[in-house]
Ligand binder design. Sequence first.
Ligand code: GLU
Length: 306
Amino acid sequence: MSHHYQSVLESIHAEVLPLQSDGAVANYIPELAKVNANTFGMHLRTIEGLDYSVGSSNELFSIQSISKVFALALVVSIVGEKIFKRVGVEPSGSSFNSLVQLEYEKGIPRNPLINAGAMVVCDALIDQLDKPKKDFLGFVRRLAQNKKIGYNERVAASEKEYGFRNAALANFLKSFGNIRHDVDEVLDLYFHICSVEMSCKDLANAFVLFANHGKFPSTNEVLLTKSQTKRLNAVMQTCGFYDEAGEFSFTVGLPGKSGVGGGIVALHPHRYAVAAWSPRLNAKGNSVMGMKALELLTTKLGSSIF
Ligand code: GLU
């Protein structure tokens, strides 16, 4: 099997290269636009701890919305399912930063993977953590087993500077009473968690826990119960890809999450976690090469969760 994974990744790399100049880098956060647009990397880690990679799999990039999964996992590991009283689990069918839906639904965000939902999760983390930014980073480092993972302060500042819509969402949530802390404090944590930088290798390492029933594969230590892991994976499956969650299920068939930095991470329960990164995005905000790479992966391996 080991040779198999490596040769599959190599053939995927060759097949996605012609897409290198398709799509556009996100520029609504100016700091993100500074990336080298034509990069591609991919890393797969099995739950047994075997690693396979191609391209720029060790290069750091802005994980952006992928962080929302870490925030959700952390809050669920502390307060359990009661977080779902403040945030739903339905796909939004609207853009990730929609204000309209939040008004109709009286301040209860559709799911924890859209911006408003992640802000509610950040608010709950501020309740629970002594030093929210430091503790969140510690959690991500522990999941990825890499103490060097950090925030990119320039990206966080750039998001804050241009974060008019996110500020509107946070204030809106506060007006409905679904944010308890100071709006600026919640936004500061939110912008920081989006600014975390990781490589494909770090992401695959971190997400392998979700493929392993919520246990750290190396020690079998339990972070999340089986049922909590099921819920997280289900939310990723139905809500993890902006307005393309259906398309991702249809073409790839794995739970996962994407971010506007061009990263995509997905997992096959009981088998592996895989991350792909390429900064150019399609019209829905997902990495063009990343989407194709993961579609090719499950097609070539002949297995998805369906
Ligand atoms: N920090 C970004 C924002 O709030 C996250 C976008 C994303 O990756 O979906 O706009």
